[in-house]
Structures are given as structure tokens and as C-alpha cells.
Design a protein around this ligand. Structure first.
Ligand code: NDP
Length: 334
């Protein structure tokens, strides 16, 4: 009986994130269950069917997704393909009458994000962006500290996320599939954080790029540092890279003190400290399970999600402004 309250999720794109994080998380969710898959790789279909007991009629390819319309066992499609395929897969899912939860970045252009929003609105289905940090108790605590002005008004924010991207022969380094490099992939977390911490939208961005390996990073950005100004006067300075080594931080300087997370953006282990000596540390939760359960509850209760398509689109618009600033060498107003 409990299962009947669980919404069926079809995972679309069975890569690293789906295999290592999303499928295991779906085993822990209260309101979701792994009900189907969409894949272009038959061998993965066989492995997932065997491992998770997925019935043959809930296995799709990217070309047969429209047939989901006849499958009442699937309520939600979780799109986990390369960035520039998100619109295509979201729109197909919406047209098949499914709600869509989509990985970040939502897409590679504002226009494509709009097409996704339109498709889900036309189908009367919910569209969510997989911003897991908005479910991390450490980030929620930082938001509380700002909102309640525990250390007074924020003055200067700092946020950075860099990873070693790994081998050169992957979609993340191809413009056509990724839309951009480190900024689109991990810099987006720093940008998101500055927006949900301030609760404001940036009015000005200014950015500088550096490329130390122009062969590997011929098509996408390697490292970018940017600043943003918010309407209240708060400013943020942020960094992202595929090569700069470990950057994993979020810090709020305020009138009467400061607080920070480091590490800030991992799947687990995030924690931090405050200028009054207290720690910011909460018990671990599975962020992927938390975000999927919340999305399912929004559907079940008919309420909006705090991470709608519009939220994903806002970030893509600002990311594009950051790229424009890199190209023009000037600050860009938003
Ligand atoms: P992977 O490369 O590991 O997996 C992507 C999968 O997409 C592939 O395995 C493949 O699955 C499918 N796919 C379909 N078409 C293509 C194509 N033309 N080229 C390559 N793959 C294709 O990527 P990740 O799992 O790391 O990332 C997927 C998405 O998730 C991205 O948007 C990324 O930004 C996001 N992500 C989010 C994270 C988070 O913390 N929220 C962390 C990591 C990634 P199949 O063989 O089944 O068709």
C-alpha cells in the first residue's frame, strides 16, 4: 500500500551520475521509485533491468520516449544526459505526459530553457531543476544566517568550485554537447549560491578567463573568475576551473562577522564554521533522495517546487552574461 504513494521515476541517460548517485538514491526515497530507464546503450539496459528489476516495457531509447505516454507506471522522467540534450529529452518526456526533473545546467541557452518551460506548461506537467545544494542542510543554515541577519547584513560573498575534469575525450570538453566548460558545469553552483544566499538577482557581472591548456580546452572554458553586484549593494567574487586544483568554498562576510562552508559543494561531508567559533555541521543526508522526494511531494500535493525551470533558466541567463563579459572585456548589466 505504501508503494502506491510512490511516483515512478524513469532515469534518462545511464552515465556516471545516474549509476553512482541517482539509482542508489532512488532506493532510499519515500515518495519515488525507480520505474523505468531511457538509454542509448543496450548493454546498460540489460544490466539495469537485472539489477533493479525494471520490466522490459519500461525500457526506452531516446527515439521511443514518446511511447511512455501509454505507460502509467512512469510519472517522472529524470533527465541526466549531456547538457545540450536536456531540452530534447525534456520536451519528449513532457509530450508523453510526464513530469520532468532535469539535471543542471538546465540547458546551454536561455531560448532552449524557454522551450522546456513551454513544453511542460503546455503539457500541464511540473518541471524541476536538480539543484541538490538547495536541499543541503548546511546551505539551508547559511541561508537562515543571512535571512535572520545573525551576523548583520552581508557585505561581500565568496564562492568557488573547481574540479579536475579528467580525460580529454569526453562530452564535457565539447562545446556542442556541454555548451561551455567549468563555468557551466561547476561554476553554476557558486553562482546559484550567491543568488539563494542574498535572495537577490545580480545586476552587473564582470569576468576574466584564463586558459593554460589551449589544446585540451580548445572548445570550452578552463578557468573563469567573476564578480557580481546585487541590488542591495552586496558584491560576490567567484571562481571556477577544470584545472586549478581544489576550490570548494562558500563564505559570507557580514557587518558583524562571517561564516563559511569548506567543503561546500560535495555530495556529502560539507561543513563549515562561523566567526563566533561555532561549527556548521549537520548529519549527512542523501541530497539526491531529498531533492527527488521534494519534487514528488510537490506533484502529489499540487504545489510549486522551489527549483522550477525558471530558476534553472535564470542561471543560464547569468552564465551567458559572464561569457559575454569574458568576450567583450567589459562589465555586463543584467
Ligand atoms: P556521463 O557522461 O557519465 O553520462 C551521460 C549519459 O548520457 C551517457 O552515459 C549516455 O547514457 C547518455 N548520452 C546520451 N547521448 C549522449 C552523447 N551524445 N554523448 C554522451 N552521452 C550521451 O555524464 P554525467 O552523468 O556525469 O552527467 C550527466 C548530467 O548530469 C550533466 O548534465 C551533468 O551536468 C549533470 N551532473 C550533475 C551532478 C550533480 O551533482 N547534480 C553531478 C554530475 C553530473 P546511455 O549510454 O544510457 O545513453
Amino acid at each position: 500500500a505504501q508503494d502506491s504513494r510512490k511516483l515512478g521515476v524513469a532515469v534518462c541517460g545511464l552515465g556516471k551520475l545516474s549509476t553512482d548517485q541517482i539509482a542508489p538514491a532512488l532506493m532510499k526515497t519515500k515518495h519515488c521509485r525507480l520505474a523505468g530507464i531511457v538509454t542509448g546503450t543496450p548493454a546498460k539496459a540489460e544490466a539495469w533491468k537485472a539489477k533493479y528489476g525494471i520490466p522490459a516495457n519500461s525500457v526506452y531509447s531516446y527515439d521511443t520516449m514518446q511511447r511512455m505516454a501509454d505507460n502509467p507506471d512512469i510519472d517522472i522522467v529524470y533527465v541526466v544526459t549531456p547538457n545540450a540534450l536536456h531540452a530534447q529529452h525534456t520536451i519528449q518526456a513532457a509530450r508523453a505526459g510526464k513530469h520532468v526533473f532535469c539535471e543542471k545546467p538546465m540547458e546551454i541557452s536561455v531560448e532552449r530553457c524557454q522551450q522546456m518551460i513551454d513544453a511542460c506548461r503546455d503539457a500541464k506537467r511540473l518541471l524541476g531543476t536538480a539543484y541538490r545544494c538547495q536541499y543541503d542542510p548546511h546551505h539551508l543554515e547559511c541561508i537562515r544566517l543571512v535571512r535572520e541577519q545573525v551576523f548583520g547584513k552581508p557585505t561581500i560573498l565568496q564562492a568557488g568550485f573547481a574540479i579536475d575534469v579528467g580525460p580529454a575525450d569526453q562530452w564535457r570538453l565539447k562545446r556542442e554537447l556541454a555548451g561551455g566548460g567549468a563555468l557551466m558545469d561547476v561554476g553554476i553552483y557558486a553562482l546559484q549560491a550567491t543568488r539563494y544566499l542574498t535572495g537577490e538577482e545580480p545586476i552587473l557581472v564582470s569576468a576574466v578567463e584564463t586558459k593554460t591548456d589551449p589544446v585540451k580546452f580548445a572548445e570550452v572554458d578552463e578557468s573563469i573568475v567573476w564578480t557580481t553586484k546585487f541590488p542591495s549593494g552586496v558584491v560576490a567574487y567567484c571562481s571556477t576551473s577544470y584545472k586549478a586544483g581544489r576550490i570548494q568554498n562558500l563564505r559570507v562576510n557580514a557587518e558583524n562577522g562571517w561564516f563559511e562552508l569548506d567543503p561546500a559543494f560535495f555530495y556529502d561531508g560539507n561543513h563549515g564554521r562561523r566567526s563566533d567559533g561555532k561549527e556548521i555541521r549537520f548529519p549527512e543526508i542523501d541530497l539526491f533522495a531529498a531533492e527527488m522526494d521534494d519534487f514528488a511531494q510537490c506533484i502529489l500535493e499540487g504545489r510549486p517546487t522551489k527549483v522550477p525551470g525558471e530558476e534553472g533558466q535564470r542561471d543560464v541567463r547569468i552564465l551567458q552574461a559572464i561569457y559575454e563579459s569574458v568576450r567583450s572585456g567589459r562589465a555586463v548589466s543584467l
